[in-house]
Ligand binder design. Sequence first.
Ligand code: ZN
Length: 150
Amino acid sequence: MSDLRDLYQELILDHNRRPRNFGPLAEANRSAKGINPLCGDKVTVHLQVEDGQVKDIRFEGTGCAISIASASVMTESLKRQTREDAVSLFERFHRMVAPADGVESDPPDMGKLAAFAGVRDYPARVKCATLAWHALRAALDGKEKAVSTE
Ligand code: ZN
């Protein structure tokens, strides 16, 4: 178990050091910004959605290792997914890091996203891990206004 934790930690550090899909997206037709005032994280998610599919996704921003790594792994996980699959993954991720009723939940098929399951033990970190996802949700819904975790 501790080996697995180390592995997950390594994945998070790696994605923080070298964020994937980082930068502007010229073809974006939806964007939304997420702000986590508690930690100072700011993440903007750019989406190119066509025919109900996430054709491309990139993000920009600054923040702690958890917020940047989470955004990076999210973009890898969502490319070429349908809008419905993206929303479903958002919901499963949210359930994993912030289980309802204090019941731990490990949804199957989370892939690299499972690396963030450990943040549920650190409530302040949950907002860092879910920030990019809330921005994604807002972008999918076509909301222009920045979303805040507070
Ligand atoms: Zn943070």
